[in-house]
Design a protein around this ligand. Structure first.
Ligand SMILES: [Zn+2]
Length: 300
């Protein structure tokens, strides 16, 4: 394991530093031992939420086995365009290397390699070990950490940039705590880049605002069963509200909170997309009523 990665790791239980020995890693505070598998430190706490843990493994498996059906091509293109727009925002703000990035809940996102090539340190954190092992094997990502967002095993105040894509709606019951922990990872004046499905998306808004959660959940589950969907959301996932997230960021002391326009609109049919396009001459719609919202915010 890279020595500069070891320096950034802490015990997920007591947040003390870790030392490396031939058996793996050991906490200098509570003496808990941790495994290192395929050069990836496994820093999952004992009290990890097992419902989320099992479900996230299932979701990862589903994503991997996702068939490239011709009728899904439009949607897949929209997803990749959305990713490209997100990383273009990051590139437009990130300054000269060497800087430290962390992508929390990275999944299989090979964008890390571009930043590593430029000379940045780029840590990939995910709950699903296999995602990281693939990222390492297929893309050569050098700094992967297997950990849980509810007890992030990384040093606070150590990162210039924190990235989180499509993650926070998996923990929508505890947004202030989660976003607070992202802030704590940042150095002063460090930037958070956030993307999440928007409860105020043009085609999500009515359901999100007017439908009780249990009804939303049942309807969604029935839809995905009927469609035999390969990307079925977990029951605890709900889109987050861009306005509420910006308000929480302000309360947490973030400054310069900016929302960016999106052209891509995944998860809808080509016909619905044409409706979106006809309305998206308005930048307001592309920023606040897209399927995703895309934000940057600076730690004070
Ligand atoms: Zn410890």
């Amino acid at each position: 394991m890279r020595p500069d990665l070891l320096e950034l790791l802490v015990c997920p239980k007591c947040h003390a530093a870790l030392t490396q020995d031939p058996q793996g890693l050991q906490c200098t505070g509570c003496a808990a031992p941790y495994e290192v598998k395929q050069d990836i430190p496994v820093l999952i706490p004992d009290d990890v939420n097992t419902e989320h843990f099992d479900e996230e493994q299932n979701l990862a498996q589903m994503m991997k086995s996702r068939e490239q059906l011709p009728e899904e091509q439009f949607n897949l293109n929209q997803w990749s365009l959305s990713k490209r727009e997100f990383w273009a925002m990051v590139r437009s703000i990130a300054t000269e290397p060497p800087k430290r990035f962390v992508n929390i809940g990275c999944g299989f996102d090979p964008s890390c390699t571009e930043f590593e090539r430029l000379g940045h340190t780029f840590v990939n954190l995910d709950l699903v070990f296999d995602m990281l092992a693939n990222l390492r094997r297929d893309c050569g990502a050098t700094s992967c950490v297997n950990g849980d967002v509810n007890s992030i095993p990384l040093k606070t105040g150590a990162f210039d940039y924190v990235v989180s894509i499509d993650l926070i709606h998996h923990e929508c019951e505890r947004l202030p705590e989660l976003l607070g922990s992202f802030r704590d990872l940042l150095k002063p004046k460090g930037t958070l880049f956030l993307e999440d499905p928007n409860a105020w998306g043009l085609f999500q808004m009515t359901k999100s605002i007017f439908m009780p959660r249990f009804a939303y959940r049942s309807l969604r589950s029935a839809y995905h069963t009927f469609k035999r969907s390969t990307h079925r959301p977990a029951d605890y996932e709900f889109p987050t509200n861009v306005w509420r997230v910006m308000a929480i960021l302000r309360e947490l002391g973030f400054e310069n909170i900016k929302c960016y326009p999106h052209t891509a609109y995944p998860t809808v049919s080509e016909r619905s997309y044409r409706i979106y396009r006809s309305l998206s001459g308005s930048e307001f719609i592309r920023k606040y009523h897209n399927y995703h919202y895309m934000l940057s915010a600076v730690r004070a």
